[in-house]
Design a protein around this ligand. Structure first.
Ligand code: HEM
Length: 282
């Protein structure tokens, strides 16, 4: 074939291919940002609840309220456990209130000092909160059985590990790798929030508590979700990162569509948790 004819055919095909690929990248980026915005909104509602309930009752000097909500609130003769709980709740406000700001590119690029300071605070807060959580779980217990204790403890271990890796790569100025570990850290730190959102989505979809006993808080669904609360979002994050960096254009469009569906489901769970768990208590 004449080379001029060949180029006149391949050029538009190539140009269309590039346009399709760029559109796929844009779609995935937009879907990711939308997911993140909905997640932040949901985490800030949870943060507001923690401030209003635990902060409000502390200011009023009415700490008995904690025991109405938690399986173990302020307990007589357990100063260490009480301090761990108070520290855990106070740091939860910082973690969920300020932590997500680390992932907003505009802030990262235009307020570097804030990013570094907030990042150090976030790392310290998640480490202390997780250790306090582990202490409470294994000295006071929580709802559910041993499997739930193990599930949330593994989350704490992953938080400590990912926090170390995110910090290590930030110090080494390996920013690409640092960002990946920071994203993974954000997901495992959000496990306790995913737990509530996922649980309420499940209850709404099934029109009631299915797959677990609401009295003992035990059953196959909770045995799965105590690990799923962080392993499922972590697997989705890995798929997202892989598709974004190495996926085909079709794969990116598919991932963007899947993210939109997941965001919709998460929105329903946030609505359920807000109306069923948080608003009624404050
Ligand atoms: C790092 C992210 C975490 C955040 C932001 C967080 C936040 C919270 C919040 C807001 C509460 C009050 C719950 C409510 O009023 O419904 C709470 C309670 C509690 N958290 Fe965490 N938490 C985190 C991680 C953990 C981990 C990793 C563990 C255990 C290893 C843990 C153990 C507990 C315990 C024992 C309670 C007392 C309530 C209960 O017994 O269920 N938390 N946490």
């Amino acid at each position: 074939m004449d080379t001029n004819v060949k180029t006149s055919i391949t050029k538009p095909v190539l140009a269309n291919g590039l346009k399709f690929s760029a559109a796929a990248g844009k779609a995935l980026n937009l879907a990711g940002s939308f997911w993140f915005l909905v997640a932040i909104a949901g985490q800030w509602i949870f943060t507001y609840y923690v401030m209003a309930l635990y902060g409000g009752s502390t200011i009023q000097g009415n700490l008995e309220v904690w025991g109405d909500v938690l399986p173990h609130g302020i307990m007589e003769g357990d100063p260490m456990g009480n301090a761990a709980l108070a520290g855990h709740l106070f740091l939860a406000i910082l973690i969920m209130g300020l932590g997500p700001l680390q992932f907003i590119p505009y802030i990262r690029n235009h307020a570097r000092k804030f990013h570094r300071l907030n990042g150090r605070m976030y790392l310290l807060a998640v480490v202390v909160t997780s250790i306090a959580g582990l202490y409470m779980i294994w000295t006071r217990g929580t709802v559910g059985g041993l499997i739930m204790h193990v599930g949330i403890s593994l989350d704490a271990v992953l938080i400590l590990l990912f926090a170390y890796l995110a910090w290590r790569y930030a110090v080494a100025r390996q920013i690409k790798i640092h960002r990946r570990w920071a994203l993974r850290l954000f997901i495992v730190v959000s496990g306790v929030w995913f737990f509530r959102v996922g649980l309420m989505l499940w209850i709404l979809l099934n029109k009631g508590p299915v797959g677990f006993d609401p009295e003992t808080f035990q059953g196959p669904f909770l045995s799965f979700w105590t690990f799923g609360q962080y392993l499922v979002p972590l697997a989705i994050l890995e798929l997202y990162l892989f598709t974004r960096d190495k996926g085909s254009a079709v794969g990116r469009f598919a991932m963007a569509g899947a993210l939109l569906v997941l965001t919709f489901a998460m929105g329903i769970g946030i609505f359920g948790a807000t109306m069923g768990l948080w608003l009624p208590r404050i």
